[in-house]
Write a protein that binds this ligand. Structure first.
Ligand code: PFF
Length: 447
């Protein structure tokens, strides 16, 4: 075990790293296609409500637990439960977090690989002059080739391992400092393009004009899962990142900042994609391929499209990397602190295991595309649904429950700097609203 636990360089680097973890493929790739599959505004509304009422308290709870424990999520939970005279079984929350992060990374890396592949396609000017059909063909060709998917998945995993192996300062902090601001600028450029050339009004209507008929139990469950996924909560990550945090950081205001960035990126991605979808007569329910068959159309048409296309996919790959390194961190922190492998050995071993699981996920798009019996999902979909819709919310539920009901209330209030009405609101959120919210969504989704 390391004698002195590492710490973030400053509050800003912590915000950047947490935002880097939150903002990723979940915002730009997953959010738009989930909105499209669920029929629009109903999903968006539930998603936003879940972020505010459930995601925010869970995020703060995970940071608080991590900072108190000061270790990897498993030992953190074991230590805090012991201190409060509770069962050691609470350590299972840490175990589940570490595992779910690793499982998410296995399929996340496959999509990170797609993004690398598209960087290459954009650089080779493959989108220039292409129409909707041509662009779909590029996507289908990539999916049909297990070899191509394996190469890009491997490259993506190798990059993640290389960054995480370098440790907190050299790796994660360096990677997020420059990349997030550049991505924000590029998203703005694309948003302006979509506003002026796509069917922007139709997209606004689709995303925000509430149609309650589109709200089914399944949509509600999917929207909550997406809220957890996008904030990176429920996977031990924010607990692990919290363990590198000094006492002086204000958790509530930091959470507000991270959530604001994350939400703006997701909504902006939707407002970029859907105008292009409507202007080109594409299907909103295209599924995981949505951004890969819409954005290249924009790059094909706009002046300077090749350069903007390359930049976009490079930055998307980096946004994915700043999330994938966070997905790897809890497992690495655990192995590093609990074995003799050292940071590099721990990273390589976890990376290799996750890489193998990723191969099963990527075969879902070609050789192994038949749904599995019983669950009726491909391996890729199973890994996604199992983690996002069930495991993340369940882990988040227990984390916020622990902070709300097991930790000393007064101490938590003091640690969050809360008094009076704000303290009562926090207690209400952590003890009642967030846990009940997760429970209610499960009941709605499963009945
Ligand atoms: N939040 C990241 C995204 O939206 O792309 C991905 C992610 C990271 C999901 C960590 C879940 C997680 F625990």
């Amino acid at each position: 075990m390391t004698a002195q636990h590492a710490q973030w360089g400053s509050r800003l680097t912590f915000i950047l790293a947490a935002t880097g973890s939150a903002v990723g493929l979940g915002n730009i790739w997953k959010f738009p296609y989930m909105v499209g599959e669920s029929g629009g505004a109903g999903f968006v509304l539930v998603y936003l409500v879940c972020i505010a009422l459930i995601g925010m308290p869970v995020l703060v709870a995970e940071w608080l637990l991590g900072r108190r424990g000061g270790r990897n999520p498993i030992d953190t939970m074991a230590k805090l439960a012991r201190e409060r005279g509770r069962s050691r079984a609470w350590a299972l929350l840490g175990v589940s977090g570490v595992l779910v992060g690793a499982v998410i990374l296995s399929f996340y890396s496959v999509i990170g690989g797609w993004s690398l592949y598209y960087t290459g396609q954009a650089a080779g000017a493959q989108f220039a002059g292409a129409d909707a059909e041509g662009v779909s063909e590029i996507f289908d060709r990539m999916l049909a080739s297990p070899g191509t998917l394996l190469v890009v998945h491997t490259l993506f995993m190798a990059a993640s391992v290389a960054i995480v192996a370098r440790g907190l300062k050299g790796g994660i902090e360096m990677a997020v400092r420059l990349l997030m601001p550049t991505l924000a600028v590029l998203i703005l450029v694309l948003l302006i393009y979509a506003m002026f050339t796509g069917h922007f009004g139709a997209a606004l209507h689709y995303m925000f004009a509430l149609d309650l008929d589109s709200l089914t139990g399944g949509t509600v469950l999917a929207a909550m899962g997406q809220a957890f996924f996008t904030l990176s909560v429920g996977a031990g990550i924010m607990m692990a990142y919290g363990s590198y945090l000094g006492q002086e950081t204000d958790l509530l205001s930091t959470a507000r900042t991270v959530i604001a960035f994350d939400t703006v990126f997701a909504l902006a991605a939707g407002l970029i994609i859907f105008p292009i979808v409507f202007a080109n007569g594409l299907e909103t329910s295209e599924g995981p391929g949505l951004i890969f068959v819409t954005l290249p159309l924009a790059f094909a048409e706009m002046s300077g499209g090749t350069v903007i296309g390359v930049l976009f996919f490079v930055l998307l790959s980096f946004a994915a990397l700043t999330s994938s390194i966070s997905l790897l961190e809890p497992a690495v922190e655990f192995l590093d602190e609990r074995s003799r492998l050292g940071r590099v050995g721990a990273t390589v071993l976890s990376g290799a295991l996750i890489w193998v699981l990723g191969i099963a996920a990527l075969l879902s798009f070609n050789l192994w595309s038949a749904p599995l019996p019983v669950v009726d999902l491909t391996v890729f979909d199973l890994l996604d649904v199992m983690t996002s819709q069930y495991m993340l919310p369940l882990n988040g539920f227990f984390a916020v429950l622990f902070v709300g009901w097991v930790l000393d209330r007064e101490q938590v209030r003091r640690e969050l700097g809360l008094e009076g009405v704000r303290a009562t609101l926090w207690s209400l959120a952590a003890r009642v609203i967030a846990p009940l919210g997760v429970g209610a969504v499960f009941v709605a989704g499963l009945t």
